[in-house]
Design a protein around this ligand. Structure first.
Ligand SMILES: NC(=O)c1ccc[n+]([C@@H]2O[C@H](COP(=O)([O-])OP(=O)(O)OC[C@H]3O[C@@H](n4cnc5c(N)ncnc54)[C@H](OP(=O)(O)O)[C@@H]3O)[C@@H](O)[C@H]2O)c1
Length: 331
């Protein structure tokens, strides 16, 4: 088997394509031949030791895969060789083979290609949990998404539309705005890549203008940094602000704003929610597969790379250039 290994903390250029012995069947585990690995922002952090999960080295990054079961370990029930599965693996997915805990695997519906399956659960799972379980988004409400062209952001656009919301997508370039409109956003805002005080005020007024009424009902913040406060200032009475991610830094918030708006600041920690409520997670996955089958959602894959070019794929993500999803196709 082959794997792109991280042997020392550093950027994507530190990954090394390495030959390793094939995996032997192991008690309680599936061995999966990886066919596709979806990229997510934590992959760029983990190789630098900047993520909460710090696997022992050497390790391959890659938290989300799809492939074929090639061996079923002793004691594993419900799987046979040849089953097509997707899985959240945490790490290890930038490889041709991987051990998968059967609790973290899901059988792929017929007709769903490996690349869609490898770009599905992390983004849609996070965004459905955020919008449905945490914000209680209702049809007719307005939804602002910061970082809307990224992985979780693009998923939130599609889900927001499927849930009947008016979607305002905020991004850092015209090209990203066009992408967001193409996948369903009703309105778009292009914000600067650096926000000073004046730009923050301008962003806040533009959000209020596009949302109409008293302001926006729900904010989905996948960016953080200087973008968070102007979005809170643009919330409507009893609005909900979803704390999803911080690629632009961890923001601070004057708490008087929450009093003035009677609003909620709501944390979203999808991984922990899945562990605490597996039944709720299973129901969400069922809903997502149904919407996929109905054509309401479809992973927006804008770039594909072979395994040995995983570093280029990760660079795209850390350089803020990703639109939708990036996938490794693993032959
Ligand atoms: N809370 C949870 O449970 C949960 C689950 C999944 C992911 N997340 C988090 O959500 C965030 C987004 O993840 P993702 O996989 O969707 O990432 P992504 O595809 O790279 O999207 C992130 C977006 O953030 C914006 N951005 C602003 N400043 C940036 C910077 N300095 N570097 C890179 N991007 C920057 C970019 O949009 P613009 O250029 O348009 O601003 C980019 O499209 C990450 O922080 C991730 O850890 C949280």
């Amino acid at each position: 088997m082959k794997a792109m290994l991280s042997t020392a903390p550093g950027g994507p250029e530190t990954l090394e394509l390495t030959d390793l012995p094939d995996l032997e069947p192991k008690k309680g585990q599936l061995v999966v031949r990886v066919r596709a690995a979806g990229l997510n922002f934590p992959d760029t952090l983990m190789i630098r030791d900047l993520y909460q999960m710090k696997p022992p080295r050497p390790f391959a990054p890659g938290g989300e895969i799809a492939g074929d079961v090639i061996a079923v370990g002793e004691g594993v029930k419900g799987y046979t060789e040849g089953d097509r599965v997707l899985a959240l693996t945490g790490f290890g997915g930038f490889a041709t083979q991987i051990y998968v805990d059967p609790m973290r695997a899901v059988k792929i519906p017929d007709g769903m290609p490996y690349e869609d399956a490898a770009c599905f659960i992390f983004t849609y799972g996070t965004s459905l949990h955020a919008l449905k379980d945490r914000a209680d988004l209702k049809a007719g409400e307005s939804l602002l998404i910061l970082g809307a062209a990224g992985g979780v952001g693009a998923a939130a656009i599609e889900l927001g539309k499927a849930m009947g919301a008016k979607v305002i997508a905020a991004v850092s370039s015209e090209e990203k705005a066009a992408f967001c409109r193409k996948i369903g956003a009703d309105e778009t805002i292009v914000y600067p890549r650096e926000l000073d005080r004046d730009a923050q005020k301008a962003l806040s007024s533009e959000i209020k203008k596009l949302a109409g009424g008293e302001g926006v009902d729900v904010v989905y913040d996948a960016v953080g940094g200087a973008y968070a406060e102007p979005a809170v200032r643009a919330l409507a009475w009893e609005g909900r602000f979803l704390v999803v991610g911080f690629p632009a830094g961890i923001p601070k918030l004057p708490l008087n704003l929450t009093l003035l708006k009677g609003c909620q600041v709501v944390g979203v920690f999808w991984g922990a929610a899945v562990a605490r409520d597996p039944k709720g997670h299973a129901a969400n996955v069922g809903q997502l597969f149904q919407w996929y089958a109905e054509g309401k959602i479809k992973p927006q894959i804008s770039a594909r790379y072979p395994l040995d070019q995983a570093a280029d794929a990760l660079n795209l993500m850390q350089d803020r250039k990703v639109m939708g999803k990036v996938v490794l196709e693993i032959d």
